[in-house]
Design a protein around this ligand. Sequence first.
Ligand SMILES: [Zn+2]
Length: 180
Amino acid sequence: MKKLIPISSRDDILPEYFNTPIGLLLEYHNLLRPHASYPKAELLIGMCMDNRKYLKIPANFSYIIRTGGANLRHSEFQTSYAIAVGQVRHIALIGHNKCGMVNLISKKEQFVNGLSEGAGWDKEKAEIHFSQFAPMFEIGNETDFVLSETKRLRLRYPKIKIAPMLYLVEDNKLYLLKED
Ligand SMILES: [Zn+2]
């Protein structure tokens, strides 16, 4: 948690993000800034599919790609679309604590049984499905993953400003992540 930068006033927003759509996201969500109206999207948010998270942002303000663990490696076309066609120039990548994409192997039995009992899958097929995809979607550690994914995206999209963040499910606030 030593990498978290709490945002409880506008002064807490790092200068590189101040007065950008990234800073505005922090103001809207954490500081309850009154909503402006947006004719088009200003931001792309990458965040986890997890149900515990809800962002307080204006209508039309942002594209949102939700995936397991805020992992955009398998959503590259959608990311490119938001930049190329949607004309956004800023990305907020939001991981969260207690993410289900950490230590996936520990959930194998639950996954296989759940798919078998809940969806009518053959157990053997469910096991193959898990073994095939779990390594692709495992993120290891939420904070480190968001930081490394931010670095990867910056190399991929060099003109786009990208900020790594963490959402704490206990207080429902966004935190900026300190980078080395
Ligand atoms: Zn998650």
